[in-house]
Design a protein around this ligand. Structure first.
Ligand SMILES: [Zn+2]
Length: 406
């Protein structure tokens, strides 16, 4: 079967599901006519969409399109089927939900890993009070104002963008705008607009920390979300005519790849020592924090990264083990060292249908890339493939597991 009607059905279905669950489409820069038609009239009945997605899955399986393209669509359509079941109120077992939506198997992280991270943090943080209080005090002294952050962002963008352009096939026409916003559930967000343009928003309700600025721009911009979206538009949509890459579905395996890329973006560009030197020699002095030990900061960041699985465990507690809200808040406070209000905010994230199991895309997505880099080396080459091909989590596993022929 010809690919064109398949892709049109895929895009129209995504647009139709977005009418039932606004935010389902994270980006859309496909044909405007499809979008306008989807927006007109009442949302289409869920049962009708469910029948159509079944037929779409069969059409994809029988099509003779390029294998990487077909594998990508198979995984995306499977996620769509489960989203429709969830929207219809059908109970879907938790593990099945995560496997279908994100193409990964959610695993409970052993608390021994968090305990070990706590031990490392206890050695690194200045004394005074409980470990959570010590980390709080430490983080407070690193907070900077919006004006201070705004003054160093141009330098951060310039360096990360320059490095990204030198190493990855970023089209010269790409550009972004940055905006400070309020009242958002996230700390920063990249909205891809199509035409090689993004809008990067930074939420100023949450404290901005001097230590997080570089990582934030790497994650959202260079070589994270914006870079991936631009390269995929150039390589897949413009060059190949693969229109399915002109939409991003928030509850789908493409997000696992996107967050894996974004969480490892900075470390692909700069070594630990380079990050430390940049903070010590330029950024901390400009932010009035010349006295802060950049090496210790980096070690604390790495130890804190080991707590990435706490959110996944909280999702297990909520959706698979029937824990109460108070139990989950207590769990988050104990293991992620969050303050009570922060833990309650995470709870909102875990109850929203669009984000309830999204937390796995970050740490499992990141670990998926680690597995690939550890098995195959040549980090830049693999990162380029992740940025420019229609990759699924299953494909990354397969790459990592392939025997290196020599
Ligand atoms: Zn992200």
């Amino acid at each position: 079967m010809d690919a064109t009607p398949i892709i049109e059905t895929y895009a129209r279905l995504a647009l139709a599901i977005d009418r039932h669950q606004p935010g389902y489409l994270d980006a859309y820069h496909g044909p405007a006519e499809w979008q306008q038609q989807a927006a007109a009239g009442a949302p289409r009945p869920l049962a009708e969409l469910a029948r159509e997605v079944e037929a779409l899955a069969a059409a994809v399986a029988q099509s003779d399109m390029d294998a990487s393209r077909r594998d990508f669509l198979t995984a995306q359509v499977r996620a769509m089927q489960v989203s429709l079941r969830l929207l219809a109120g059908e109970p879907v077992p938790f593990v099945e939900e995560v496997e279908a939506l994100y193409g990964i198997t959610p695993a409970w992280t052993d608390e021994a890993r968090f305990d070990e991270a706590h031990r490392v943090l206890a050695d690194l943080l200045p004394p005074g009070g409980s470990l959570a209080e010590r980390r709080d005090t430490w983080r407070k002294q690193l907070e900077v104002s919006v004006e201070q952050a705004g003054a160093v962002f141009p330098a951060i963008f310039e360096r990360l963008r320059g490095l990204t352009r030198a190493r990855f096939p970023l089209p010269p026409a790409e550009d972004f705008e940055m905006a400070f916003v309020k009242d958002r559930p996230w700390s920063a967000y990249n909205w891809y607009q199509g035409g090689y343009r993004s809008r990067i928003e930074i939420n100023t309700d949450l404290p901005l920390r001097a230590t997080a600025l570089v990582g934030l721009i790497a994650h959202e911009g260079y070589p994270g979300h914006h870079t991936e979206a631009v390269i995929k538009e150039a390589r897949l949509v413009v060059a190949n005519g693969w229109i399915e890459h002109s939409l991003a579905i928030i509850n789908s395996p493409q997000c696992t790849i996107a967050e894996g890329i974004a969480t490892r973006a900075l470390d692909v560009l700069l070594t630990d020592d380079e990050q430390i030197a940049w903070h010590a020699e330029e950024l901390f002095p400009r932010l009035g924090l010349a006295h802060v030990d950049a090496r210790r900061v980096q070690a604390i960041l790495h130890a804190s990264e080991q707590l990435g699985g706490v959110g996944g465990n909280a999702a297990f507690l909520m959706h698979a083990r029937g824990a109460s809200a108070d139990e989950i808040v207590a769990y988050l406070q104990r293991y992620s060292l969050a303050r009570e209000n922060e833990a309650r905010k995470s709870l909102d994230f875990l109850t929203n249908p669009l984000s309830r199991t999204y937390t796995f895309t970050y740490h499992v997505g990141g670990e998926l890339l680690d597995e690939l880099f550890a098995a195959r080396g040549e980090r830049e080459r693999w990162f380029t493939r992740l940025l420019s091909e229609p990759v699924t989590p299953a494909q990354v596993h397969a790459w990592a597991g392939e025997q290196v022929r020599g």
